[in-house]
Write a protein that binds this ligand. Structure first.
Ligand code: SAH
Length: 346
């Protein structure tokens, strides 16, 4: 498979059939070879820098019912919470002191946060932290809503496409949600001027090498500034409670492949990756990732934002541990930097 990896590095894409073959047949040796190439490319563009983002999970109310997600509306056992504007601003203040220059506001699709309410929050953060990037990750909204939030000062938007294949998408979501609409949102966000992040879960139920290939080809076409991928992990109160989780090895392999395909993209080593394996995020960085997103949410709500079982929320992924995170990164030859960490993929 090494020739396919060389071809991917050279052409920054592969024909569909070769992607399928590579994803299906790669060996551990192929993976090591891919990671070496991915590190070289990462280093060419970003040196040994790892960017950090402060993740504020500000609401776990959600009107959607995605079959994989622990905060789906049908989960009666979820302890629901939402943060006030003041509480969100306090998270940012704490984060700023810790060296964060990007705040990511993520949540379920919560009707309480109307455009007016979110605009007020974004404006307040923009005013108090003019040197910081504001990233939103609040799902599918209208183009007008995205425009209003952009005007209020949001710079970036994370919206994973989850899976490109329409039939596969329909097996992961109820019928009121569609792959087509989600993808339209991404094109709208890009068109408005957001730095856009998309991505998918690795090993979601019924995923195949073919659907993953379509995901890679979609990433290539959208050419986003960021790509977030992490293993699917079952949550006990969802219809997918008994499904098999995604693997570390496939997640790392795809991280490396994305680094070769989109050399300048920002690639987080996600919390889900840190959850399925000891030092999962270090492995992610060594496979080509260059971003980590520690949790800045208030300690008393962290354990309620449970998208999947055993989600880590203390230790290194807590924003308070940024110094320890720095030590972990230094141990593998990388450095956490105080910076907005804008994407070079423009
Ligand atoms: N409501 C927002 C934020 C979603 S949570 C939105 O619609 O974009 C962020 C991501 O967590 C999701 O996009 C999904 O890919 C991931 N996620 C949800 N449940 C998961 C699970 N069980 N295992 C792994 N990742 C999961």
């Amino acid at each position: 498979m090494k020739d396919f990896i060389d071809e991917l590095e050279q052409n920054q894409t592969l024909p569909r059939g070769d992607w399928i073959t590579l994803i299906t047949n790669f060996t551990p040796e192929d993976a090591q070879y891919l990671f070496e190439r991915a590190r070289v490319i990462q280093n060419q563009h970003y040196g040994n820098q790892v960017f950090i983002r402060g993740l504020i999970e500000f609401t776990n109310y959600c009107k959607n019912d995605c079959y994989y997600c622990g905060i789906r509306r049908s989960n009666r056992n979820a302890q629901r919470y939402r943060l006030t504007k003041d509480s969100i601003l306090n998270c940012c203040r704490k984060g700023y002191k810790l060296g964060f220059r990007t705040f990511v506001l993520q949540g379920g699709e919560d009707g309480h946060f109307t455009d007016a309410a979110l605009v007020e929050i974004v404006s307040a953060i923009r005013q108090e932290f003019p040197d910081c990037a504001i990233t939103l990750s609040v799902g599918e909204r209208s183009r007008e809503s995205y425009e209003a939030l952009y005007s209020a000062g949001a710079n970036r938007y994370l919206l994973r496409h989850e899976t490109y294949d329409h039939a596969h998408y329909a097996r992961l979501h109820p019928s009121e949600l569609s792959a087509a609409h989600r993808q339209q949102c991404l094109w709208d966000l890009k068109d408005i001027g957001y730095q856009v992040g998309t991505g998918f879960m690795v090993g979601s139920p019924l995923q195949t090498a073919e659907t993953l290939t379509d995901d890679m080809l979609f990433l290539k076409k959208l050419n986003p500034q960021m790509v977030g991928i992490g293993p699917f992990i079952p949550h006990h109160d969802t219809p997918f409670a008994d499904q098999t989780p995604g693997t570390l090895s496939l997640t790392l392999f795809l991280l490396g492949a994305i680094r070769l395909m989109l050399p300048k993209v920002l690639l987080p080593a996600t919390t889900a990756l840190g959850t399925i394996a000891e030092n999962g995020r270090e492995h992610g960085v060594l496979a080509g990732a260059n971003v980590v997103m520690p949790n800045l949410s208030p300690a008393n709500v962290r354990e309620n934002y449970l998208l999947y079982d055993n989600k880590i929320c203390t230790g290194d992924e807590a924003a308070e541990s940024v110094e320890h995170l720095q030590q972990s990164m230094q141990a593998i030859g990388y450095n956490i930097v105080v910076s907005r960490g804008d994407s070079l993929n423009i």
